[in-house]
Design a protein around this ligand. Structure first.
Ligand SMILES: Nc1ncnc2c1ncn2[C@@H]1O[C@H](COP(=O)(O)OP(=O)(O)OP(=O)(O)O)[C@@H](O)[C@H]1O
Length: 324
C-alpha cells in the first residue's frame, strides 16, 4: 500500500499548547483517487489536510511523518483549494494575472505563454469569455465563478494532488453541485488525486473513492466509500449518515446524531465518542479503541460487531434521549 502511495501519513499529531487536536492519524493518498476526510466541526480535518501541504499554523506543534515532504512543491505537485475563494485571490490583481503568475512561479515560460495557459485554465472551468474575464478583478466575479477560478489556479500546473478544504461551504446548493462537478472534471483532466475535506456525507458519496471518518482528531473508520457508506461499521459513521435529511423519519428534528463532539482538552476517558454512542459499553468508557481491520476497512470501535444494519433507528432513539 505504502509504495504505491503519492503521500503516506503516519501517526500525525497536531497540538496547540500541549493539547492534541489531531491524535495519531495514518492514511495514504493514492494516485488518481478521491479521498474524503469527513467529520463534524473541530474534528481536525482542515489541520490534517493543510499538513499535507506543510501548512501548519505557526503556533501548532506537529509530530509523525508525511512522506514525501511536498511543502517545497506547493502549487506544482500539490495545490490547495481553500474554503474561501477570496482568501486565495489577491483583490488588487486581475484574476488572469494571478493565474499567469502561478504558471510562471513553477515553469520558465514567457509572459505570453503564461497568459495563454491562464486563459485556457479559466476556460476549462467554464468561465465564459475567458480572455476578457481574465482581465477582471476577483470582486467582479460571482461567488461560484471565484471558486471556479481558484480551482483553475490550483489545477493550472497539473499537480499530482489537489487538496480541497470544504470548497463549497460558502456557496448555495446549485453552485455547490456545479463547483464539485468542475472539480471532478479538472481532476480527471489532469489525472490528479483529490483530498476532499467535508462534513457532508452526500458529497462523500457522490465525489470520493475512499473515506477517512475522523472524530475528535482520531480515525473512526477508513475504507472504500461505497462499502463504508453502504454498511458503516463504526457507530459514528452510522450517526453521520443517519443525520442526512433523507434518512430522518417524518417529523423528526435534525440532527439525528445527538450531542456535540468534546472540546479539545476535555476528552472523556476511553473512546471520545462513547458519551454520544448508543452502543457504548463499559469498555468504551475505559479504553480508547485502536483502528483495526474489520470487514475490508479500518474501524476503531470496541463494539463494531454489535452495530445493527441499518443503524438509522438507533440514532433516532439517541436523539430522543438527548432531547429529553
Ligand atoms: N491556530 C489554532 N490555534 C488553536 N486551536 C486551533 C487552531 N487551529 C485549529 N484549532 C483547533 O483545532 C481543532 C481542529 O481544527 P480544524 O480546523 O482542523 O477542524 P475541522 O475538522 O476542519 O473543523 P471545521 O469543519 O469547523 O473547519 C479545533 O478544535 C480548532 O479549534
Amino acid at each position: 500500500m505504502g509504495s504505491e502511495a503519492l503521500l503516506s501519513v503516519r501517526d500525525l499529531r497536531i497540538a496547540f499548547d500541549g493539547t492534541e487536536v489531531v491524535r495519531g492519524l495514518s492514511f495514504d493518498v493514492r494516485p488518481h483517487e478521491a479521498l474524503a476526510i469527513v467529520g463534524e466541526s473541530g474534528a481536525g480535518k482542515s489541520l490534517t489536510a493543510r499538513a499535507l501541504l506543510g501548512m501548519q499554523p505557526r503556533e501548532a506543534t506537529a509530530s509523525g511523518s508525511i512522506r514525501p515532504d511536498l511543502s517545497a512543491h506547493r502549487g506544482r505537485r500539490i495545490a490547495l483549494i481553500p474554503q474561501d475563494a477570496l482568501s486565495a485571490l489577491s483583490p488588487v490583481h486581475p484574476v488572469g494575472d494571478q493565474l499567469a503568475a502561478a504558471v510562471r512561479s513553477v515553469a520558465r515560460v514567457s509572459r505570453k505563454e503564461a497568459r495563454s495557459r491562464a486563459v485556457a485554465a479559466l476556460d476549462r472551468v467554464g468561465i465564459p469569455d475567458a480572455t476578457r474575464r481574465a482581465r477582471a478583478y476577483p470582486h467582479e466575479f460571482s461567488g461560484g465563478m471565484r471558486q471556479r477560478a481558484v480551482i483553475a489556479m490550483a489545477a493550472v500546473n497539473e499537480p499530482d494532488i489537489l487538496v480541497a478544504d470544504e470548497p463549497t461551504t460558502a456557496l448555495d446548493e446549485d453552485h455547490r453541485d456545479q463547483v464539485l462537478r468542475i472539480l471532478a472534471e479538472q481532476r480527471a483532466a489532469i489525472g490528479a488525486a483529490l483530498v476532499l475535506v467535508t462534513h457532508d456525507m452526500d458529497v462523500v458519496r457522490e465525489h470520493t473513492d475512499r473515506v477517512l471518518v475522523v472524530y475528535a482528531g482520531r480515525l473512526t473508520e477508513h475504507g472504500p466509500t461505497s462499502e463504508v457508506l453502504a454498511r458503516p461499521r463504526a457507530p459514528y459513521t452510522a450517526g453521520l449518515l443517519a443525520s442526512l435529511p433523507r434518512h430522518a423519519s417524518p417529523g423528526s428534528r435534525l440532527p439525528v446524531l445527538g450531542g456535540t463532539p468534546p472540546a479539545p482538552g476535555t476528552l472523556p476517558p476511553g473512546c471520545a465518542f462513547a458519551p454520544r454512542c448508543p452502543l457504548a459499553a463499559d469498555v468504551c468508557h475505559r479504553s480508547e479503541p485502536e483502528p483495526r481491520q474489520a470487514d475490508g476497512r479500518l474501524v476503531a470501535c470496541h463494539r463494531w460487531t454489535e452495530l445493527p444494519h441499518p443503524a438509522t433507528d438507533l440514532f433516532q432513539e439517541t436523539e430522543e434521549r438527548h432531547s429529553r
